[in-house]
Design a binder for this molecule. Structure first.
Ligand code: F0G
Length: 457
C-alpha cells in the first residue's frame, strides 16, 4: 500500500519555538510540574488537546469574511442550521459557544436531584454539568473498554445489558435521557458500533427514554464504522452519520472537534417543548437563538467545517495518522490503549512505569518527562484528573492511569509525528530512572488544571 498523505497543501504557516532541555527543566519547574501552567509559546509540539486546535481551511477563512453579523436571522445561521439538519436529521438546532454550554442548557432543563443520566462514559464537562444540577452521571461502558491491552473493534460500546438492568433498578421516570458519546473520549477515543447504537436505542424505546448522542467526534466514529463494521464499507460517511443520528432524539456537539473550528457548538433535538425551554435559557446565558454564543462568522466556519469533515480522504488520513503513531509505539513495546482510537494515543502509564504507584502519579511523571525531553505537551488522565480521597485522606485511584497525546486536526505533519515517537521512545528507554510526584497544591474541584507538584527525590 502507498503512503497515505496529508490531503491538503499548506498555505499559511505558524512557526514553532525551539527551547533547550535546560530551559525546559526550569520552565516545567516554574509551572509546578503541571503542563497546563506552561506558556504555549514554550511548547514545541502541543498535544494537550484536539479541541479548538484545528487548522481551518481556506474556505473556512473565506467564510469568516463572508459571515453575516446580523443580530437576528443571520444568513450564516441558516446555512449552519441546514448543514446540521442534513447530517443529524434533528428538528431544532440551537447554536452554543461550545459543547459544555449545550450540556449546561440541556441538563438545566432535564436534570435535577433524584435524576440519573446513563452514558457509555461521560466526558468530564458532561459529568460536571449533570452533577451540577444534583443529578447523577452513570458510566456503563462494556467490559473490553476497561482493559487497555484488549484489542477489539468497538471498545466504546455501551453495555446494553447493564443499561437495561440499570433502568429497571432506577425506574424510567428518574432517567430523563440516555447518552452515548462517539467516539468515547474518556475511554481512549474508542468508537461505538452502529449495532450498539441500535441496541441502546431499542432499550431506550422500550422504556420510552430519549437517546442523545454526544457527537463531538461523530465523523471519526462514522469512519470507524465504515472500516470495521460489516455492511458499511460501501456507504458514504455522510450516510453512516445520518444513520447514527436517525436513532437519536437529540445531540450535543462541541464543534471544536469534528467541525474543524476554534470555537463553537450546538444542541439539537426533536422535542418541541424541551427545545423551547432550552431556547429560553439560551437567551439568558448565550444569546439570541440564531447566534447562540457565537458570531455569525463562527457559524459560517462551523457549517463549512461540517462539510469538510465528511471528506473520506481526510478521514482516512486522520485515522491513519493516529494508527501510524500507535503501530510504531506497539512495535517498540511501548504500552498504549489498543487499538488506537480516533483522535489520540493514550499511553498506559501503569504498564509504562510499574515501579511508580498511583499515589505518586505515574502519568504525571511521563507528562513532565515528555516535555523536558522533547518539548511535547500531553495530559495525564489518571489519578491526578480523576483520583478521589477516602475518609482517611487516602487516594482512591481510577481504574486506569493514562497519558493522552491528542492530535490536533490538520496541524502537524508526518515528521512531527515521527519526532513525537522518537521522544516517547527515549522516555520509555529510561523509564527505570523516572521518579514519581507529590501534590503540593490542589483546588477542591477539577484539580488537574491548577494543581502544583514536586518531584519525589
Ligand atoms: N464531550 C466530549 C466527548 C468532549 O471530548 C468534550 C471536550 C466536550 C464534550 C466538551 O466540549 O470543550 O467544547 O465544551 N473535550 C476536550 C478535550 C476539552 O480535550 O477532550 P467543549
Amino acid at each position: 500500500m502507498k503512503t497515505i498523505i496529508e490531503p491538503f497543501k499548506i498555505k499559511s504557516v505558524e512557526p514553532i519555538r525551539f527551547t533547550t532541555k535546560e530551559e525546559r527543566i526550569k520552565l516545567i519547574k516554574d509551572a509546578g510540574y503541571n503542563p497546563f501552567m506552561l506558556h504555549a509559546d514554550d511548547v514545541l509540539i502541543d498535544l494537550l488537546t484536539d479541541s479548538g486546535t484545528s487548522a481551518m481551511s481556506s474556505k473556512q477563512w473565506a467564510g469568516i469574511m463572508d459571515g453575516d453579523e446580523s443580530y437576528a436571522g443571520s444568513k450564516s445561521f441558516y446555512r449552519f442550521e441546514e448543514t446540521v439538519k442534513k447530517i443529524t436529521g434533528l428538528k431544532y438546532i440551537i447554536p452554543t459557544h461550545q459543547g459544555r454550554a449545550a450540556e449546561k442548557i440541556l441538563f438545566s432543563v432535564v436534570g435535577g436531584k433524584g435524576k440519573f443520566i446513563p452514558n457509555n462514559t461521560h466526558f468530564d464537562t458532561t459529568r460536571a454539568n449533570v452533577e451540577f444540577t444534583g443529578a447523577e452521571a452513570v458510566d456503563l461502558l462494556n467490559e473490553a473498554g476497561k482493559h487497555p491491552e484488549i484489542r477489539a473493534d468497538f471498545k466504546g460500546n455501551m453495555d446494553v445489558k447493564k443499561l437495561e438492568e440499570f433502568i429497571i433498578k432506577t425506574g424510567r421516570e428518574n432517567i430523563p435521557l440516555c447518552m452515548i458519546t462517539v467516539t468515547n473520549n474518556s475511554g481512549g477515543g474508542q468508537p461505538v458500533s452502529m449495532q450498539n447504537i441500535k441496541d441502546v436505542k431499542q432499550v431506550c424505546k422500550k422504556f420510552d427514554i430519549p437517546l442523545f448522542i454526544d457527537a463531538c467526534r461523530f465523523a471519526e466514529n462514522a469512519y470507524f464504522i465504515k472500516r470495521r463494521e460489516p455492511g458499511y464499507s460501501n456507504k458514504s460517511v455522510l450516510e453512516i452519520a445520518q444513520e447514527m443520528f436517525s436513532y437519536a432524539d437529540g445531540a450535543t456537539m462541541s464543534a471544536k472537534k469534528d467541525a474543524l473550528v476554534n470555537i463553537g457548538g450546538f444542541l439539537a433535538l426533536n422535542d418541541e417543548n424541551i427545545a423551547q425551554q432550552c431556547r429560553n435559557l439560551l437567551i439568558v446565558t448565550e444569546g439570541f437563538p440564531t447566534y447562540g454564543g457565537l458570531a455569525g462568522r463562527d457559524l459560517e466556519a462551523v457549517a463549512q467545517g461540517l462539510e469538510e469533515i465528511l471528506d473520506e480522504h481526510y478521514l482516512q488520513y486522520r485515522i491513519r495518522s493516529i494508527e501510524y503513531l500507535g503501530e510504531k509505539l506497539v512495535a517498540s513495546g511501548v504500552p498504549i490503549i489498543e487499538p488506537p482510537g480516533g483522535h489520540a494515543i493514550y499511553l498506559d502509564a501503569k504498564r509504562f512505569l510499574p515501579n511508580i504507584p498511583s499515589e505518586n502519579f505515574p502519568g504525571q511523571a511521563i507528562v513532565c518527562e515528555l516535555y523536558i525531553e522533547g518539548g511535547i505537551r500531553s495530559v495525564e488522565i489518571g489519578s491526578v484528573m480523576f483520583g478521589k480521597y477516602d475518609d482517611n485522606g487516602k487516594l482512591i485511584p481510577p481504574p486506569m492511569e493514562l497519558v493522552r497525546l491528542a492530535i490536533p486536526r490538520r496541524v502537524y505533519t508526518q515528521s512531527h509525528i515521527d519526532y513525537v515517537f522518537e521522544i516517547i521512545l527515549e522516555v520509555f528507554n529510561k523509564r527505570k530512572a523516572l521518579k514519581g510526584y507529590k501534590i503540593v497544591y490542589e483546588a477542591p474541584m477539577l484539580r488537574h488544571f491548577t494543581a502544583q507538584f514536586e518531584p519525589i527525590i
